[in-house]
Design a protein around this ligand. Structure first.
Ligand code: DQA
Length: 150
């Protein structure tokens, strides 16, 4: 099977993981989480690239740049999840299978977090397992891509 190339995208404030509200988001830094994802992907025979931005337009540009070189996307859009039609449209535009992930369980939190405008353009959503949400999201995505190519 083809070697899959996966983009892992982190939205605003996720660069502060480790110090940002650790009771909600855990003690691991973004670098640590990215290393874990990279290792897990490697075990599954996939390569990864990572991108984080606090700026909506940069995230849109990065998603556009995935076209033609990325097979699947794992995305934690942070607060943009709840209102960025631009991110939703970017994911739909590149037509790359995407899995939405969240460290916290967004449905257990404030009501404004209960809506995801990107969910309808993603294969599915993983929410509430801390950093492990990314690993679950990666496996779900690889499974979906495997099914798609068989
Ligand atoms: C988050 C949940 C969002 O509501 C929040 O704005 C974040 C992180 C999560 O991973 O739990 O920045 O996406």
């Amino acid at each position: 099977m083809k070697n899959l190339n996966i983009a892992v995208i982190h939205g605003p404030n996720l660069n502060l993981l480790g110090t940002r509200e650790p009771g909600i988001y855990g003690a691991e830094t973004l670098d640590q989480i990215n290393k874990e994802i990279e290792q897990e992907a490697k075990k599954c025979g996939a390569t990864t690239e990572f991108y984080q931005s606090n700026i909506e337009g940069q995230l849109v540009d990065y998603i556009h740049s995935c076209a033609g070189k990325i097979d699947g996307i794992v995305i934690n859009a942070g607060a943009y999840t709840h209102y960025s039609i631009a991110l939703r449209d970017a994911i739909a535009a590149v037509n790359i299978p995407a899995v939405e992930v969240h460290l916290s369980n967004i449905y257990k939190r404030e009501e404004f977090r209960h809506t995801s405008v990107i969910a309808p353009v993603c294969i599915g959503q993983i929410s509430g397992f801390g950093a492990y949400s990314y690993i679950l999201g990666l496996h779900a995505l690889l499974h979906a891509l495997g099914q798609a190519s068989s």
